[in-house]
Design a protein around this ligand. Structure first.
Ligand code: SF4
Ligand code: SF4
Length: 103
């Protein structure tokens, strides 16, 4: 059976893999009952990098390699979640996301 032809986005992701190795969570201190600095200190203590955005929003990022990522790539690639197909790393990685070259 002929292998499914890869889209340009799929080719770029296979050569990049950033989204399979790091998690970004966008949050805001208004959601917590403690002060902003406590939220920041707590997540830093848990190993997250914390970046403050405008309007006090926070980005929590954590290196976390997906258990499906192997040296040969995603071991469930043909059946990976649709979220893996659709998720854009541009918000997380900016110009380092290879999809940004498609703009
Ligand atoms: S950062 Fe961009 S190119 Fe890299 S894996 Fe994520 S979506 Fe794909
Ligand atoms: S399931 Fe595959 S494509 Fe999705 S994050 Fe894991 S390794 Fe990456």
């Amino acid at each position: 059976m002929k292998a499914k032809e890869l889209s340009e986005k799929e080719r770029l992701c296979i050569s990049c893999q950033k989204c399979c190795k790091e998690i970004f969570i966008y949050t805001h201190p208004i959601l917590y009952s403690c002060p902003t600095n406590t939220v920041v200190d707590f997540y830093r203590a848990r190993g997250f990098d914390v970046t403050k955005l405008g309007e006090d929003a926070l980005i929590l990022s954590l290196k976390h390699t997906c258990p499906h990522l192997t040296p040969e790539g995603c071991d469930i690639y043909e059946k990976r979640p649709e979220a893996c197909v659709d998720y854009s790393g541009i918000e997380d990685f900016g110009d380092d996301c290879l999809w940004s070259t498609l703009k």
